[in-house]
Design a protein around this ligand. Structure first.
Ligand SMILES: [Zn+2]
Length: 443
């Protein structure tokens, strides 16, 4: 997935130490096993502290260097957390949190940092303390840091919840108003999200102010109970779910969903001969039998698109589309090919069709030069010192491109292979690709 840049002497020594540890696999006694587990746990905490220190110093140095060149304050920080994310094999979203955590620990919580370094406090428990003191002033945060972390005995043997409670209690004592402000601010984070569940199901989650959530739930319970009382055969839980769908969509019954769902499956599976799973973009695989059932459901409108896939590699070759408009067809094809943001380790949904080499730098609006990115990655990629270039590939090979960060580290992004290869009776795949290119450019 990635290639390292110039590795420093320290990185080499750490790697050598890890290799040595992995190599020392002699048989351990029971006592030794327990000792090793504990020692490794302390090592992990110490490593997390060092990662925080290195990340915070890296960010400070980069900002100072950019400030010296007269860059605006907003631009000084651009892309840094994404560099941290790539270096730590994490999503840009997590990279942002990790850098915020690192800066808080290193600059504002020296005692917490010392506890991590000593192996007394793991990264998660340290994160809880940083998170629960985020609304406090720097001075108050310093007080919490001193009171809870200066003496190793204070938090010794305390679990996650006890540590969280200790931080909240002390925070409220120092600045009750800040805690209330924080609760009020949380309302701004209300949202509705959806993610796949097993067996062709999905979770619809709403994060709401507690009062509203309780009201919605109580209303559904009350009305479902009334339906059950009339002798409905469904369970109360089922009726609650159906009522939710009916009320949100304004439809008479929960099964009459008129929204177009893109389903990707091979012709074999569609005709009932194949048993491979179909694929619903942004949700994942669904059994072919289930999709066939949906097709026969008169209430539902399903839009089908067939994908043409190289049977050997799973590389997307073409998308059958009623709309062949360019670049709309191209964007659709890119989305089908990439499915989720193409930045390594990023799980976010695609929001943008992105030119890998920007138009200003001579990049074309082509299938090879396009990548689906989430909003954050699209933004990070435009930061100073970042560049990207499509890799040269043979016909039928999975699409890939290489990202270069300001430090010269390179990371390769390869499109995921598709799961539903259609058995094409064509041996010459480059011929198919040429044909598709013709269709796209002719439209
Ligand atoms: Zn992303």
């Amino acid at each position: 997935m990635f290639e390292s840049g110039d590795s420093s002497g320290l990185a080499d020594r750490i790697t050598a130490m890890r290799v040595e540890l992995v190599g020392s696999d002699g048989t351990l006694t029971d006592v030794e096993s327990v000792d090793v587990l504990g020692a490794l746990e302390r090592l992990k905490s110490g490593c997390a502290a060092l990662q925080a220190k290195v990340a915070a110093e890296f960010a400070a140095k980069r900002r100072a260097e950019r400030a010296e060149r007269g860059m605006s304050k907003r631009k000084q920080g651009e892309g840094i957390s994404s560099e941290v994310a790539l270096a730590r094999f994490e999503s840009p979203h997590k990279g942002n949190r990790l850098l915020g955590f690192a800066e808080a620990v290193v600059h504002e919580m020296p005692n917490l940092f010392a506890r991590m370094l000593a192996g007394d406090l793991n990264e998660w428990r340290a994160t809880i303390l940083v998170r629960e003191t985020a609304c406090l002033s720097r001075e108050d945060r310093g007080v919490v840091d001193r009171e809870l972390c200066s003496d190793p005995a204070t938090l010794a043997n305390r679990g996650d919840n006890q540590i969280k409670a200790a931080a909240i209690k002390l925070g409220a004592k120092l600045d009750a108003e800040a805690m209330v402000r924080r609760a009020r601010k949380a309302v701004a984070n209300r949202c509705v999200t959806s993610r796949p569940a097993p067996d062709g199901m999905a979770y619809l989650t709403a994060l709401l102010p507690m009062k509203q959530a309780v009201t919605v739930h109580a209303t559904l319970m009350r009305d479902a109970a009334a339906v059950v009382a009339k002798g409905d055969e469904r369970t109360k839980s089922q009726i609650m779910a159906d009522l939710l769908v009916e009320r949100v969509t304004g439809l008479a019954t929960a099964t009459a969903v008129p929204i177009t769902v893109n389903v990707v499956l091979s012709d074999e599976a569609l005709l009932g001969r194949g048993s491979e799973a179909g694929y619903i973009p942004e949700y994942g695989p669904a059994p072919a039998g289930l999709i066939r059932e949906w097709l026969h459901d008169d209430d539902a409108t399903l839009q089908l698109r067939r994908l043409y896939v190289n049977p050997d590699t799973g590389a997307l070759t073409a998308v059958e589309s009623t709309s062949r408009g360019f670049p709309k067809g191209l964007l659709r094809m890119t989305r089908f090919r990439d499915r989720i943001c193409r930045t390594p380790w990023c799980d976010a949904a695609i929001r943008h069709g992105d030119h890998i080499v920007s138009v200003e730098e001579g990049g074309g609006t082509t299938y090879d030069n396009s990548a689906g990115l989430c909003e954050a990655c699209n933004y990070a990629k435009q930061a100073e010192g970042w560049s990207a270039k499509p890799d040269v590939r043979a016909p039928g090979e999975l699409h890939s491109y290489t990202i270069t960060t300001p430090t010269g580290h390179r990371y390769r992004s390869t499109a995921p292979p598709l799961e539903t290869p259609l058995r094409l009776r064509i041996r010459n795949h480059s011929q198919v690709e040429r044909m598709v290119a013709d269709i796209l450019t002719a439209a």
